[in-house]
Design a protein around this ligand. Structure first.
Ligand code: DOR
Ligand code: ZN
Length: 350
C-alpha cells in the first residue's frame, strides 16, 4: 500500500532562481519553508560574475528571509569569456561560492553574457578542475538549425563528450536534464559527473505545452520533451543512483512576461516543490527513494554534511493559489488553481 505519511531529512534544492530586489523578497520564503540550502543561480541583470558580487547577493537573500529562517543560500558565479583564473581561486577560497555556471550565450533568460566558444574558457576550466570547483552546465546548443527538442542531445555529443576527455576530473553537474540521452551519459559517467532533475520535467511531457491551446506557463528551457524522455528521467530519479539529485530550476516571471507574444522560459514550482517531487515518486511507486534523491545525493556530490532537521509530508490535497505576488505584479505557479496531492505538515529545525 502507498504510504500516506512520509518523514524525511530536510531536503536541499541544488538549482534555484531567486531573482533580486522586490522579486527576491516575494519568492524566497517558499523555498526557505521547504529546503535547508539551495544552489542559487547567478543569471541576474547584470550577471553575478565575481565573488564580491556573489557575497553581496548572498547578503540580500539573507536579509529577505522570514524571521527565524535558517535557510542557507549557496552561491554560484556566472562564467563569461572574460572570467579571470584569479576569480576561480577567490571563489575556492571563499566560504560562500560553491560552483560556476556555464550558460551558452542565448540559451535562456539573461544568458547574453554567456559563453560563445568553449575553447575561450579552457584556462578557467583547468583552474576549476585543479581546485575542484564544480561546473554547472546548461546543456543545450543554441544553433538555430538544430531542432529545439534535440538541443540537449547535440550538446552532449558536440561539447560534453569532448569536455570530459579534455578535463577528465573536472566536477560537473548537467543541470535540469530532460532526455534519455542525458540520463545515459550521466549514469555511465564517474561519480564526479552528476545531474539535477526538476519536478516539472518529472511530471510533465511536451503535450503540456499545447493542452487545448498554447500554454505559456509550461514553457521552460530546456523545453519539455516527449513521454519516453519523461519516463527515462523518472526512472533515473527514482533508481537510487547517486548521480541524480533534486534541483527545481524554479524560475518565477511576472505573468505579463509569460502571457505575451514572446514569453519567458521558466516554471515557478517553489510553492510546492518537494510536494511535486513526492507526487512523481509516488507515481513511480518509489516514495521510499525520495529522501536519498532530495536530501542525500546532493550533499554527497557537493561534499557537504547532510541536514539534521526533518520534514513530514502527508498525503493531504490542497489547492494551489492562482497566483502569488512578484515584485509589484503577480506570478502564476505550476498547478495554479489545481490540486497538489501532498502537504508539509511538520518541520523540525535543528
Ligand atoms: O526555464 C528556465 N528559466 N530555464 C533557465 O535556464 C533559466 C530560467 C530563468 O532564469 O528564468
Ligand atoms: Zn535554471
Amino acid at each position: 500500500m502507498t504510504p500516506t505519511r512520509l518523514e524525511i531529512t530536510r531536503p536541499d534544492d541544488w538549482h534555484l532562481h531567486l531573482r533580486d530586489g522586490d522579486a527576491l523578497a516575494s519568492v524566497v520564503a517558499h523555498t526557505a519553508q521547504r529546503f535547508a540550502r539551495a544552489i542559487v543561480m547567478p543569471n541576474l541583470k547584470p550577471p553575478v560574475t565575481t565573488v564580491a558580487q556573489a557575497e553581496d547577493y548572498r547578503r540580500r537573500i539573507l536579509a529577505s528571509l522570514p524571521a527565524g529562517s535558517r535557510f542557507q543560500p549557496l552561491m554560484t558565479l556566472y562564467l563569461t569569456e572574460n572570467t579571470p583564473v584569479e576569480e576561480i581561486i577567490r571563489a575556492k577560497a571563499s566560504d560562500s561560492v560553491f560552483a560556476v555556471k556555464y550558460y551558452p550565450a542565448g540559451a535562456t533568460t539573461n544568458s547574453d553574457s554567456g559563453v560563445r566558444e568553449l575553447s575561450r574558457v579552457y584556462a578557467v576550466l583547468e583552474a576549476m578542475e585543479k581546485h575542484e570547483l564544480p561546473l554547472l552546465l546548461h546543456g543545450e546548443v543554441t544553433d538555430s538549425d538544430i531542432d529545439i527538442f534535440d538541443r540537449e542531445g547535440v550538446f552532449i555529443e558536440r561539447h560534453l563528450l569532448p569536455l570530459r576527455e579534455r578535463f577528465p576530473v573536472l566536477r560537473m553537474v548537467l543541470e535540469h536534464i530532460t532526455t534519455r540521452n542525458a540520463v545515459e551519459f550521466v549514469s555511465s559517467a564517474p561519480a564526479h559527473v552528476a545531474a539535477t532533475i526538476t519536478a516539472h520535467h518529472l511530471l510533465l511531457n511536451r503535450n503540456a505545452l499545447f493542452e487545448g491551446g498554447i500554454r505559456p506557463h509550461n514553457y521552460c528551457a530546456p523545453i519539455l520533451k516527449r513521454e519516453t524522455h519523461r519516463a527515462a528521467l523518472l526512472q533515473a530519479a527514482t533508481s537510487g543512483d547517486p548521480h541524480f539529485f533534486l534541483g527545481t530550476d524554479s524560475a518565477p516571471h511576472p505573468r505579463a512576461a509569460k502571457e505575451t507574444a514572446c514569453g519567458c522560459a521558466g516554471l515557478y514550482t517553489a510553492p510546492a516543490a518537494i510536494e511535486f517531487y513526492a507526487e512523481a515518486f509516488e507515481q513511480a511507486g518509489r516514495l521510499d527513494r525520495l529522501e536519498a534523491f532530495a536530501s542525500f545525493h546532493g550533499p554527497e556530490f557537493y561534499r557537504l554534511p547532510r541536514n539534521e532537521a526533518r520534514i513530514v509530508l502527508e498525503r493531504s490535497p490542497w489547492i494551489m493559489p492562482d497566483e502569488y505576488p512578484l515584485d509589484g505584479a503577480t506570478c502564476k505557479p505550476m498547478r495554479a488553481g489545481e490540486s497538489v496531492a501532498w502537504s508539509i505538515v511538520e518541520t523540525t529545525a535543528v
